[in-house]
Design a protein around this ligand. Structure first.
Ligand code: GLC
Length: 565
């Protein structure tokens, strides 16, 4: 793989605890690395930790504060690593623990914090505990670490309740007991290869404290906590009223109704416990909740002062390109999160949703985080419109106070890959719905670095676990570096101004008089104007520090955000 020659900016971060209220994560921009698809040093077609380490200087040069790595732990990869078989080791496809240490050291040298992904709701079915549970049989302490139940019906042939899996089909699978007979059922809110832990069992609590300490001792700066709203299930595991499966992972994850496996009050005890574990370590270590919970006032419960520190703002991610709705969600976010003493967070893309450069090119009715579009989807994105709006949306997001998350490749303006053949798709959503939902492979295609290199610089061999489309060449980093007006340079300037003006610790002061279709406010001495309408808006006096798209004279055109000093 070619060596990255990007000039590096090194910003030494104080690693001691800061005064309460000024912790680094309150205003950090955190870049999500999806290790399978970031950079592949070994050349086997799947990204790895050594590849990440080589490419870290370009992230420091981009100006982010931290990286969050999606799971790289030992795993049979049935759900791209969110099915963990050993929480304290690196899967050989990604490298070794020594590779992780090298990555951590390089990141810290470059002034980048490192956040790892913790998956506490379920393990892989290949985890030794689950294998022991299968062998030990009904009623054993080994089974009690998971959610085993007898089935209903005369011979236990029916699942214990009607819960659907988020990925399609039922959330229960029946096992064959040691005597060769069909036996108990186990719960898996996700794929059948992802059995849910029993969080009523103290042994599970102790094990996760151990896992947290293992990574904290190894110098990680925090954890992104997978499915943080799912660990505790309602007593008695009652049926849900409307158990129809959803073909959209985001909808299935974020259900506004009372679902007996989401957002149960007892889950907060777990995070109070973890808060104490982290507090024993120096530096400001962070817990970030992936809790698909609405409304925001409820999501804010995860970041009360004795629980986690941040929660993803999925309400913001799900808001369509509509000025009134954006103003409302910004107000609601700041109220909800600052109401409990936490920073608000902002996010537009991740490895579970259609990339925002494509999402914003879809008609509004599909513009939510619809998980997956493919060759036969009824609506296809308008690529140019999507990118234009995505750039404006990012410029708006990065001007907001609080912490923001970026997903690898969005700084290149990458679109969702729609034309993937069925046989290359790996997302269990696609397979468990019999292809009805395309799933998430389209946002997980290995990213382009150099337009003219094999696999666009993802590796040296040209191999890639998901095929990269030809058009990725146009988005390659080397085509955008130093090019005025490129998406990469837009991100870099926005991050630079954001840091210098300390927008992350600022506040939103709304400006009236710009009309319904405009989001206008002041933060950090800047005026921010996002024009979501079709009529150009007159530019106020001042210097334009940033414009998401070329501006014409003294007007802000449609689908454009400007920052004015
Ligand atoms: C989270 C992850 C997703 C994964 C699921 C099950 O939602 O972001 O990728 O499939 O949890 O672990």
């Amino acid at each position: 793989m070619s060596t990255d020659t990007t000039p590096t900016t090194t910003r030494a971060h104080a690693r001691e605890a800061s005064t309460p209220g000024s912790e680094w994560w309150r205003s950090a921009v955190i870049y999500q690395i999806y290790p399978r698809s970031f950079a592949d040093a070994s050349g086997d077609g799947i990204g790895d930790l050594a590849g990440v380490t080589e490419r870290l200087p370009s992230l420091a040069a981009l100006g982010v504060d931290a990286v969050w790595l999606s799971p790289f732990f030992r795993s049979p990869q049935k759900d791209a690593g969110y099915d963990v078989a050993d929480y304290c080791d690196v899967d050989p496809i990604f490298g070794t623990l020594a590779d992780f240490d090298a990555l951590r050291d390089r990141a810290h040298e470059l002034g980048l914090r490192v956040i790892v992904d913790l998956v506490p709701n379920h393990s892989s079915s290949e985890h030794p505990w689950f294998q022991e549970a299968l062998a030990a049989g009904p009623g054993s302490p080994e089974r009690d670490r998971y959610m085993f139940r007898d089935g209903k019906g005369e011979h236990g042939e029916l699942p214990p309740n009607n819960w659907p899996s988020v990925f399609g089909g039922a959330a229960w699978t029946r096992v064959t007991e040691a005597n060769g007979e069909p036996g108990q059922w186990y719960l898996h809110i996700f794929d059948s290869s992802q059995p849910d832990f029993n969080w009523k069992n103290p042994v599970v609590w102790e094990e996760f404290r151990r896992i947290l300490r293992f990574w904290l001792d190894r110098g990680v700066d925090g954890f992104r906590v997978d499915v943080a709203h799912g660990l505790m299930k309602k007593e008695g595991l009652p049926d849900i009223a409307d158990a129809a499966g959803s073909d959209n992972i985001a909808d299935a994850l974020m259900s506004p109704e009372d679902v007996p496996y989401w957002a149960q009050p007892a889950v907060h005890e777990v995070y109070r416990d973890w808060h104490q574990v982290l507090a024993q370590y120096e530096g400001d270590r962070v817990l970030c909740a992936e809790a698909w919970v609405e409304p925001l006032s409820k999501a804010a419960l995860w970041v009360r002062s004795d629980e986690m520190h941040q929660a993803f703002n999925f309400s913001y991610l799900s808001t369509p390109w509509n000025a009134a709705k954006l103003r409302a969600v910004i107000d609601e976010s700041i109220d909800a999160f600052t109401g409990v003493g936490a920073p608000s967070t902002w996010v537009l893309s991740n490895h579970d949703v259609v990339r925002h450069a494509s999402r914003y090119g879809l008609p509004e009715h599909t513009a939510g985080p619809n998980a997956g579009i493919g060759p036969n989807s009824p609506d296809k994105p308008d690529a140019a419109l999507g990118l234009r709006r995505a750039r404006a949306a990012t410029a708006l997001m990065l001007s907001l106070p609080g912490s923001a998350y970026l997903y690898q490749g969005e700084e290149l303006g990458l679109p969702e890959v729609i034309e993937l053949d069925d046989h290359v798709r790996e997302d269990p959503t696609f397979h468990r719905t019999g292809g009805e939902a395309y799933g998430r492979d389209g946002c997980r295609v290995p990213i382009p670095w150099e337009a003219d290199a094999p696999a666009f610089g993802f590796n040296d061999t040209g191999s890639s676990w998901l095929p990269q489309p030809e058009v990725f060449g146009e988005y390659a980093r080397d085509r955008q570096e130093g090019v005025e007006g490129s998406t990469l340079e837009l991100y870099r300037s926005a991050l630079d101004i954001r840091a210098r003006r300390e927008l992350g610790v600022g506040s939103v002061e709304w400006l009236d008089g710009y009309g319904e279709e405009v989001v206008a406010y002041r933060n950090g001495g800047l005026t921010i104007i996002a024009n979501l309408g079709s009529t150009p808006v007159e530019l106020p006096a001042g210097d334009v520090l940033l414009a998401s798209n070329a501006i014409d004279g003294r007007a802000v055109p449609a689908d454009t955000t400007v920052w004015i000093a």
